[in-house]
Write a protein of this length. Structure first.
Length: 205
């Protein structure tokens, strides 16, 4: 399910703490991502992303959250970001062992998005990769990072999200037509960035 119906289904899934798929990233050649609201992250969700996404598991945050955590862009210019506005990698300062297990990464996400979190609560480098979104969301930058935050907000599920790009079995980046079985097996809804932009533009009109 795609289009407006897919967006509605994705928002319902995100509001219920479930996974969705983001499609239509205009900065990364059409790469697709798994996404869950950061406030709903669990070790099982991280393991699902590692198993079925296979890409880098990232935490999308607002500029305000990044400043609160003392995070800045590794490459401030857009020409070297490859569609991903990375800050330095992070780890929870306490409560993790090696940091890379699904439980440790879920814990790091929860620590980073806690209301009073600060730079004292995280260490670097780590095994969670923050992405700093632009404040205008997808209306400013049509990528999965901004889309994931806009989707979380629209779903009433906070303003941070965990995303992971999806790779095919052969190691190439997947497209929607490659993951039909995954979508069907797990009941994943697809949020298209173009549809999200159109909805937000209508809301602003």
């Amino acid at each position: 399910m795609t289009g407006a119906a897919g967006l509605d289904a994705a928002l319902a899934a995100i509001a219920a703490g479930r996974m969705a798929v983001i499609a239509g990233d205009r900065l990364r050649g059409g790469d697709i991502d798994l996404m869950i609201a950061a406030e709903a992250v669990t070790p099982e969700a991280i393991n699902f992303m590692a198993t079925h996404g296979r890409g880098l598991i990232c935490l999308s945050v607002t500029p305000e959250r990044a400043a609160q955590l003392g995070l800045t862009l590794v490459n401030p210019g857009t020409e070297r970001q490859t569609g991903r506005p990375f800050a330095r990698s992070i780890e929870a300062a306490h409560g993790v062992s090696t940091g890379i297990s699904a439980a440790d990464r879920a814990h790091t996400v929860r620590v980073a998005i806690a209301p009073g979190a600060s730079n004292a609560d995280i260490h670097s480098p780590g095994h969670v990769f923050p992405l700093i979104a632009q404040s205008g969301g997808v209306l400013t930058r049509a990528s999965a990072c901004e889309a994931s935050i806009d989707l979380a907000r629209l779903a009433g599920a906070g303003d941070a999200a965990v995303i992971c790009s999806i790779m095919r079995d052969d190691g190439e980046m997947a497209r929607l037509e490659d993951i039909g079985d995954l979508i069907a097996a797990h009941g994943l809804a697809v949020a298209e960035i173009g549809e999200l932009i159109a909805r937000l533009e209508r809301a602003d009109a």
